[in-house]
Write a protein that binds this ligand. Sequence first.
Ligand code: SF4
Ligand code: SF4
Length: 509
Amino acid sequence: MFHGLLKLPQVRGGVHPHGHKDRSAALHILKTELPEKLYLPLRQHAGAEAIPIVKVGDKVLKGQLIAVAPSEVSAPVHASSSGTVIEIGEITAAHPSGLTSSAIIIQTDGEDRWIDLHKLENPYEEEPLVLANRVAEAGIVGMGGAIFPAAVKLKQGTKHEIKTVLVNGSECEPYLTCDDRLMREKAEEIIEGARLIRHILRAYRVVIAIEDNKPEAIAAMQAAAEAYGVIEVEVVPSRYPMGSAKQLIQEITGREVPAGGRSTSVGVLVHNVGTVYAIYEALVYGKPLISRVVTVAGACVARPRNVEALNGTPIEHLFEACGGLESEPAKLVLGGPMMGIPLPSVDVPTIKGATGVLALAKKEIPREESSPCIRCASCVEACPMGLLPLEMAARSRAEDLEGASEYGLSDCILCGSCSYVCPSHIPLVQYFQFAKGELDTKRVAARKMEYTVELSLAKKARIEAEKAAKAAEKAAKKAARKKTVKPTKPAAVTQVAEPESAEQQEETA
Ligand code: SF4
Ligand code: SF4
């Protein structure tokens, strides 16, 4: 039992959902067997889709680059085992709609053969930018679910003064224990990764924040951090959504990230423990991000536990590794039950941001029928962002996006605490997801329109400039011609003498 010092929470709101963590947290991380096929989506990250550089029939090795990032806000994709590319096409996406997404499909050869990895003997001798680029090349994204390219965050050290690197080990979502197990089993590697991030960002301090319901992880991280004075392990209260970056920053530093602002504005950068571990593996061993720890849980799973899954493994394969499904799930979820995505089927593959896959029984999911709002204000009390969910929901439902925005829609972190406490079972967070989606669509359309206008103005300016240049060239030629046509010609004519003989006459005729 952990007896560390507990602080009173600094953050407002939040809820205490049942953890459901004991069963999966009790077992070691299991390495799953190779699946027959790997389905690697080209977009497993925030930003632009990666572009394939292999073709059907190509043999690939484990860790080989198979799709490149077209821009900085994107991430490359690597083969997660050796085999043959058998298709580049559409697969069912990890999205409730069941829509498709582009993917590279690899038939594994069972050999699991790596490419030659480029290790670094002493990464601390390298320039921060060189290390950040190595993280970009490894395709590492935020593994707590945010899937934002990690290298973009690491390069913030050149633009902002980062005082604190906050390693997020709070893992507040029910069911999920992948970070807990990783901290217990890879504490030294995570500490080394955190030190490397500190070196890249030139930060003063590193804080590992862990919720008080993970005593073994706290002890392991404290033991691994002991040798380094700049690394602190802070215990935070278990309260959902403590793992949200803004909440954690406030809890640890006492500073509030301003509405619409970023953590860099208060000198902090947050990385999930899984991301820190992946950064360590990339910087020290040159390993790209091809696998991750995934929690497989829910009442329908025979033996819930954490597995190390190769990216692109169908989730059905993960359920099989955990003893299979004992009953038909009422709901499949990628991630946690509060912020995760409902899945259309077990055919969907795991991706870089997949913290968990849940097969939930009917008794584990909230009642679907809702009743009218009784204005109890429970949602207001629960909101960690200090918003008025009931007002925002009323406006979102009426598709009054401007009104919802005035009530702080953009500050909503979609944590679902309001829906969780609502006695009328109103799916508040679903209204906000929808409204935010609509706003994003409008924003993208407006940006496209602006871009189109910019392009047409640029084209018009170019045509006018070309016209002006042609006119100037014509005028210059005309002027040059005038100069060369000398008015002395008539004089030359007058110089022609009168022929003196018939012979001369003929010559001049
Ligand atoms: S918690 Fe539900 S019932 Fe209570 S005020 Fe909010 S929306 Fe209405
Ligand atoms: S989903 Fe949004 S409105 Fe609801 S509690 Fe979370 S931050 Fe507040």
